[in-house]
Ligand binder design. Sequence first.
Ligand code: COA
Length: 154
Amino acid sequence: MRIHLTEVDELPDNSPNAEVEEYEDWGVGLRDLALPKGLRRWIIFDESTIVGNMSAHPVSYGPNEGSVSMNIGISVRREFRGQGIGSAAQKILAEILHSAGYVRVEAGTDVGNLTEQKALSKAGFQFEGILRAAQLRRSGRHDLQLWSHVSPEN
Ligand SMILES: CC(C)(COP(=O)(O)OP(=O)(O)OC[C@H]1O[C@@H](n2cnc3c(N)ncnc32)[C@H](O)[C@@H]1OP(=O)(O)O)[C@@H](O)C(=O)NCCC(=O)NCCS
């Protein structure tokens, strides 16, 4: 797997976010959303081909820098799924964020999103528990699983 991540200010128009997915159908246009403060974005490349994108935003668990985690998200283009890209990219982003000083990197995913759960597990994340009724999408309110990747040098 020869993927690499490039941080960008804006996603290109042809990014996979344009596709509406079961787990990403918020019932409103993305432009209508209040995007989290401190949101960062990356494009996933396989050589020069865009195969997906990722995001990360800070989540604070206390009033000091050491209590800030980064919560990541990912979307791999449909035609590139099931090739190990999602798991490799999430491992790479966790390492980038650990190198930037974030000890805890977390990811939430729908309790029914078995593909993402498998990808997170392969990326070295550990399942922590259930966030009840955490997400409201077009299809209704959903429980999430919370996973984390903690720096070995914490
Ligand atoms: C979730 C997602 C990022 C995973 O990316 P990916 O490149 O397909 O992931 P990987 O190939 O690294 O791993 C997927 C694993 O799930 C497995 N899988 C696929 N469908 C599955 C299912 N229905 N049940 C269980 N496992 C499944 C695959 O077999 C693979 O495991 P393997 O390598 O042991 O065979 C991608 O499917 C995606 O973008 N989905 C839509 C957006 C989304 O759900 N994002 C996450 C929101 S939190």
